[in-house]
Design a protein around this ligand. Structure first.
Ligand SMILES: Nc1ncnc2c1ncn2[C@@H]1O[C@H](COP(=O)(O)OP(=O)(O)OP(=O)(O)O)[C@@H](O)[C@H]1O
Length: 837
């Protein structure tokens, strides 16, 4: 970096200052200073003035003047200028004349001139005072004093001028320095500006260089492109030339083909004309044939006329005979002429003989020549054979050539056809590509829409699940349906003994049931009451939503509760092979598999597992175990060691050890499993429809669903249970094993009832008795699980007591669930039989 003062303007020396008015005084003062303080400076310009000034002094001091007298000599008011020499002369003069007054002055030559002069003046005054008497020298002294005064005055003035000049110079110097500083600031600013401009310019240069490089590259590319284009153009031109030649040939071919076409068309026209002529001819012939036929007819008529004329002609014949004789006379004359001519022929024959002789000689000559020719021919025979061979070969080659030419033509035609085809396929490929691009865009659009629709579906599905669950929750997580079976043929039927009726009031319609016992009517209300005529389908419609909940990942438990023979098995199982009579279990499974199929499109993949067990006398039996036989025997080796222990994990899933769990993919598989289970039940298949079921049948479907696209997972359980029929111990009259059986059933039903009842009341503490059925179902009964209880009722009058028992329990559950306070219900406490342990 340049030093700071480098850019400063050079300071002006006084001598370098311009000669404008501001500096005039300075110049004058400088000149004066030179004259006074610097004796070395030659001052020829001031020589005249010096002499003039000295002249004034010399005139007074009696010094011979060099020029005329000074203008202001002797005047106190005028300013007399003194040069250094004059001042020195003045001092020297004084020293010469008055050396005795001041001997120290020589030693003070270096003092200030003014001080010296003042001292001198004082001394002179002193001398004047002391030596006033000396009148001779008085005048000289007074003159000398006057000049000294003048000199002092001049010096004072000079000094005053000098100070003012110094002040003005210092002011000028300051202003110059100020200006310099300002200038320096301006210069600094300008320098910065210039630096920034330089930077910008550098950047511009770099950008321009980059641009230049790019443009250079672009130019090179353009040159390359130009070269390529040029090359392409050359080849195109060559191609054009070749093509134009081909075009010419093609045009010639076209012209010849046109000519051929012309000739062919001419021929065709000729043929057409010929054909036309032939047709005309044919028509003419047809016409002629007509005319000939007419002529023939005419000829026939004319023939008759001719026969008529024949007689006339015979007369004419005789006249002709006469003409014949005259003609014979003429013939005789002609014979004579013939003889004359025959002699003439004899002469001519002699001439002919001569001619023949000549001919024979010539024939001999020809023979000789022919022999010679034969010899030649023998000689050339071989060559001819070869020639012929060659000719044959040539012919063959020509034929080959012709066939090849034809082949070439055919190939050329094929080539042209193929080229056309190629062109067309190129065009179609371009079209196909365009279509492909369009299709791609369409597919992309569709994919976007699909993704959007899928997200919508997923959202919709979530909403549906939520709403579905909300609806079910509003309906109640524990619901109770009552189903009354129709009277059977073996039921005791009479109009008077009708024990069940259904209220028709708006409030209770479809939900209420009245039962009469001993003339007293008892009313019950449920979520839904199915009358005897309700079909299996009607019942299923009401529970199908729960099946959907199981697919949505909830635990669902549907069971049928009721007295023996009230229709539990009919409701839950029915006749699986009959479309109308199949029960809830087959229908639910059908729905599950149908829904699984439809949900597959939404990305859901379900795994289904089935297990079926029976709880008989508080013993769990695996109905799908292949080792099962028609009757259960705990002592059998295959049954030994299988504990079927029930365990619940932290996730609320139930596991039964050793229980057979089968993966199923369709309803038919489950149907087969039903057959297997039926054979394994404690009541044999053949006895199933005749005997009451004395065990609880638990069908469990575990549903694991994964949706990979939405990364959702569900774990649902569907328990479908056909409970054993309840029976009063007092009524059953059972003893021994039958008594044990009934006690076990009652105990488990009582336990289950207590749990459900507690859940319905939303009690925090759920009672649990030592019942395997209750323990097995426990996770499926509480929390967010959905429970549906069917209370099956028989309309058979002898069953009224049992029916009332079931209805009371179910009605209480229902009343608790829908929030009716316990004291407002007119229901009696649960039947004591349910507490029997
Ligand atoms: N809604 C109905 N319609 C027609 N018949 C029915 C109906 N309900 C039950 N039945 C018939 O009544 C009889 C007894 O029914 P079911 O065996 O289902 O009773 P249950 O309650 O299962 O008896 P248990 O407890 O002794 O097993 C059967 O013959 C059955 O076909």
């Amino acid at each position: 970096m340049a030093p700071k003062n480098q850019n400063k303007p050079p300071l002006r020396t006084l001598s370098a200052l311009p000669s404008d008015s501001n500096y005039t005084a300075g110049e004058v003062s400088l000149e004066k200073r030179r004259r006074i303080g610097n004796p070395k400076i030659p001052s020829t310009a001031t020589g005249a003035r010096t002499r003039q000034a000295l002249a004034v002094v010399n005139e007074v001091a009696d010094v011979p003047p060099a020029s005329g007298p000074p203008s202001n000599a002797g005047s106190d008011g005028g300013i007399v200028e003194f040069s250094k020499e004059e001042v020195e002369a003045l001092l020297t003069e004084k020293l010469k004349t008055k050396n005795k007054y001041n001997t120290k002055i020589n030693g003070n030559t270096g003092m200030n001139v003014v001080v010296v002069l003042v001292i001198l003046l004082i001394k002179v005054l002193t001398v004047k005072l002391t030596e006033v008497a000396n009148s001779e020298k008085c005048d000289l002294m007074s003159d000398y004093i006057r000049r000294l005064k003048l000199c002092i005055k001049w010096f004072q003035q000079l000094e005053g001028n000098y100070f003012t000049e110094q002040a003005s110079l210092s002011g000028m110097l300051e202003s110059a320095e100020k200006k310099c500083n300002e200038m320096e600031v301006v210069m600094n600013v300008k320098e910065e500006e210039l630096n920034s401009i330089i930077m910008e310019l550098r950047k511009n240069i770099e950008a321009l260089q980059e641009k230049f490089a790019k443009e250079e590259a672009a130019k090179l590319e353009a040159v390359d492109a130009y070269n390529r284009e040029k090359h392409a153009r050359d080849t195109a031109e060559k191609l054009q030339v070749a093509l134009s030649e081909e075009l010419k040939r093609a045009q010639q071919d076209t012209a010849s083909a046109n000519q051929k076409i012309q000739s062919l068309s001419n021929t065709y026209k000729g043929l057409q004309e010929y054909n036309k002529n032939l047709q005309d001819y044919n028509s003419r012939l047809q016409k002629d044939l007509g005319t000939v036929n007419e002529t023939l007819k005419r000829v026939e008529t004319e023939k008759a006329a001719v026969v008529e004329n024949l007689s006339g002609l015979r007369g004419h014949y005789t006249s002709l005979q006469e003409q014949l004789t005259s003609s014979r006379a003429v013939q005789d004359e002609s014979v004579k002429q013939k003889e004359a001519l025959a002699s003439e022929v004899g002469f001519l024959r002699g001439d002919l003989q001569k001619m023949r002789d000549d001919r024979d000689q010539q024939s001999l000559q020809v023979q000789v020549l022919t022999d010679e020719v034969l010899k030649y021919k023998e000689c050339t025979g071989k060559s001819i054979a070869e020639l012929e061979g060659m000719a044959i070969k040539t012919n063959q080659l020509e034929e080959t050539c012709l066939s090849q030419c034809e082949q070439i033509k055919r190939l050329q035609q094929q080539l042209a056809f193929a080229e056309k085809k190629l062109e067309m396929s190129d065009m179609s490929a371009v079209r196909t590509k365009e279509e492909y691009e369009e299709q791609k865009n369409v597919i992309f659009d569709l994919q976007n829409r699909l993704a959007y629709a899928e997200t919508k579906i997923v959202e919709g599905e979530k909403l549906r699940k939520k709403l579905h669950n909300t609806i079910l929750e509003l309906k109640g997580n524990i619901r109770v349906f009552c189903r009354v079976r129709p009277l059977l043929s073996n039921d005791a039927v009479s109009a008077e003994t009708k024990v069940i009726s259904f209220p028709t009031s708006t409030e209770a319609q479809g939900r209420g049931i009245d039962m009469i016992q001993n003339g007293q009517k008892q009313s019950f209300t449920f979520d839904k009451v199915f009358m005897p005529e309700a079909s299996q389908e009607d019942v299923f419609v009401e529970i199908s939503q729960l099946v959907q909940s199981a697919l949505d990942g909830y635990k669902v438990c549907i069971f049928a509760y009721g007295q023996t023979g009230s229709g539990k098995t009919h409701t839950m199982v029915g006749k699986p092979d009959s479309d109308n009579q199949k029960g809830l279990i087959p229908r639910s499974l059908e729905q599950v598999f149908e829904t699984r199929q439809s949900l597959q499109n939404q990305g859901w993949n379900y795994k289904m597992q089935v297990s079926m067990l029976e709880i008989y006398n508080e013993t769990i039996r695996d109905l799908l175990s292949t080792s099962n036989s028609s009757s259960f025997d705990a002592s059998r080796p295959e049954h030994v060691g299988k504990q079927y222990a029930i365990k619940h994990d932290v996730n609320g899933n139930t596991h039964v050890s050793d229980l057979t769990i089968v993966d199923v993919h369709c309803y038919s598989q489950v149907s087969k499993l039903f057959g297997l289970a039926a054979e394994s039940r404690s009541v044999g298949k053949t006895q199933m429809n005749q005997q009451s079921s004395r065990s609880h049948f638990v069908f469990t479907l575990r549903i694991s669903g994964v949706n990979e696209s939405t990364e959702q997972q569900v774990q649902g359980v569907l328990n479908l249970i056909d409970l054993a029929g309840s029976e009063r111990l007092s009524k059953s009259g059972a003893t021994g094993d039958r008594l044990k059986e009934t006690q076990a059933i009652n105990k488990s039903l009582s336990s289950l009832s207590d749990v459900i009842f507690a859940l319905a009341k939303k009690e925090e503490h759920v009672p649990f008795r030592n019942s395997k059925l209750t323990y097995l179902l426990q996770p499926c009964l509480g929390g967010n699980s959905k429970t549906l209880m069917f209370v099956n009722v028989s309309p058979d009058p002898p069953s009224v007591g049992e029916s009332l028992c079931s209805l009371r329990f179910a009605a209480r559950v229902n009343a608790c669930e829908i929030g009716i306070p316990r004291r407002q219900t007119s229901l009696r406490p649960i039947d004591s039989r349910l507490s029997i342990g």
